[in-house]
Design a protein around this ligand. Structure first.
Ligand code: 4AD
Ligand code: MG
Length: 478
């Protein structure tokens, strides 16, 4: 089916066998004795070299073979005389599917800034860097599905359009078919959502968790892996308005089991990428090393592969929020008033605090647990002291929070009390509340931000560069 991929052709033994190549030209180089075309089809970071003799093709044809043009090449696979590749293709024939006028094609064989590439997101998958990122992204997605399947979890497809706010943070995108120029009104003058498509207010989901819990109360172990949407006006290198989240939810798991699963899960998928994305990770590692050359030695980060292996090989540090606050209060930046935000029990840790704990104090991933109830979501199980909840956040170096999760409140009265406390209308989640009336069970789960994982594994520094077509404030091009 279809042509052989370049990734597989590069592994074949050269026996002058006939081969067909289809792909995009990365570079063309003409010397006195030969014309070299480097072709790439995205199956691998490596190009295949195709060689023609001078005079073999008309100058008119060769003029259309430029960076970005798309070709079909027929020829013979032979041993390569050049260094850097084992095989190459002796060209018999070239067919040009599509030209790419070098006067206007924006991707020329030189270094482009990531900012510039963001403006041409329709073409950036054709660069080495984005090819590598997209292949790693795919491999991680596959590893995630494999991990849960191997562990007896069922993939539950939770809705994208919902009428509830799973996080209770009010950061939702409205979904409506009402005519914004002629909004139907009630007698009191409010917008009449009864006339809207769903007969009520609806929005894009911020999390599949609430429905995930319904699944776990029947199938025991489920996970979701889908797009989630947050209308928070966060212009940071860690936030997207549309991101993909993986949310496992498990009946009969308490906080300890939840932490064990989260740690084993991220380690397993990272080591899967280490094993299956060697060429791409090596490329990204070299790219980073190159980038950091201008920095002083002590500011450079660990080489990418070492950083990933370190995370896989070492236990995460586990401590409570209260212990973390103690450490921060004793810290040098706190004593020297270097933190921008104040430290004290009850604060929502800001990223400078998280980074201090992970990057300076422990120098490894950290799981923080038992946060104050006031700063966490309504569904988290209350601790015996009534002050903290059974929350857990996994914090990663260079990333901050990569996972957020908790044991869930399984007691109907306590949950209802929290719902009222945070001002959610119980009517909008009556079905969620009913699980605590009918066969309630201890259960737990967490959410991993997929792009934050891809960010960590690729070593990139902006989350907008690890999703093909990013969505963020004032940007929904492509
Ligand atoms: O901590 P969050 O908001 O937790 C939840 O949504 C829970 N319902 C998860 C659960 O227990 N099932 O989000 C979970 C993770 C964060 O740790 C972060 O990695 C990622 O989702 N995340 C974002 N990633 C990119 N852009 C954003 N705006 C993000 N907001 C959260
Ligand atoms: Mg969180």
């Amino acid at each position: 089916m279809g042509p052989l991929q370049i990734k597989d052709l590069l592994l074949q033994a050269p026996e002058s066998q006939s081969v067909i190549l289809k792909g995009w030209v990365r570079t063309k180089r003409e010397s006195k004795n030969a014309i070299f075309i480097a072709l790439n089809d995205g199956s691998t970071i490596n190009n295949i070299q195709a060689v023609a003799q001078p005079g073999q093709f008309s100058p008119e044809l060769l003029l259309t073979v430029t960076t970005g043009s798309c070709l079909k090449i027929t020829g013979k696979l032979v041993e390569s005389m050049g260094s850097g590749q084992a095989v190459e293709v002796q060209i018999d024939d070239i067919h040009v599917y599509g030209t790419a006028d070098p006067e206007v094609y924006p991707l020329q064989p030189k270094k482009h800034s990531l900012e510039f590439l963001r403006e041409i997101a329709h073409l950036r998958p054709r660069t080495n860097t984005f090819g590598a990122i997209l292949r790693i992204r795919h491999t991680l997605a596959f590893a995630i599905n494999k991990y849960f399947n191997d562990k007896g979890f069922f993939y539950l497809h939770t809705p994208i359009i919902t009428a509830s706010d799973a996080e209770g943070a009010g950061e939702m995108f409205r979904v409506t078919t009402l005519d914004l120029d002629k909004l139907p009104r009630t007698d009191e003058g409010a917008i009449n959502f009864k006339e809207d498509f769903f007969g009520r207010e609806a929005n894009l989901t911020v999390s599949g968790q609430l429905e995930g819990e319904l699944g776990a109360m029947a199938l025991s172990k489920i996970y979701t892996f889908g797009p989630t949407f947050r209308a928070e006006n966060s212009n940071t290198t860690r936030h997207l308005a549309e991101f993909w989240m993986i949310e496992p939810e498990m009946a009969f798991f308490e906080l300890q089991d939840n932490m064990d699963l989260a740690e084993d899960f991220v380690k397993t998928v990272i080591s899967y990428a280490l094993e299956h994305c060697k060429d791409d990770l090596n490329f990204l590692q070299n790219r980073l090393t190159e980038e950091e050359k201008s920095k002083p030695q002590n500011e450079r980060s660990l080489p990418l592969l070492e950083k990933l292996s370190f995370v896989v090989d070492n236990p995460f540090e586990r401590l409570t929020y209260t212990e973390a606050i103690e450490i921060l209060l004793q810290s040098k930046p706190h004593k020297e008033k270097k933190f921008q935000y104040p430290v004290g029990w009850g604060i929502d840790l800001s990223s400078e605090h998280e980074r201090y704990l992970v990057e300076k104090h422990f120098k490894k991933p950290v799981i923080l647990t038992n946060y104050p109830r006031e700063i966490k979501s309504f569904y988290m199980k209350l601790d015996e002291d009534g002050k903290t909840v059974r929350a857990m956040d996994v914090l990663f170096p260079g990333i901050g929070e990569i996972i957020g999760g908790s044991q869930r409140e399984d007691n109907y009265e306590k949950l209802l009390e929290r719902v009222h406390e945070v001002g959610i209308d119980p009517e909008t989640i009556w079905w969620y509340l009913e699980t605590r009336k009918f066969g309630t069970a201890p259960h737990s789960g967490f959410g991993l931000g997929f792009e934050r994982l891809v960010l960590f594994v690729t070593g990139m520094s902006n989350i907008r560069d690890v999703i093909p077509f990013p969505r963020y404030p004032k940007s929904a091009e492509f």
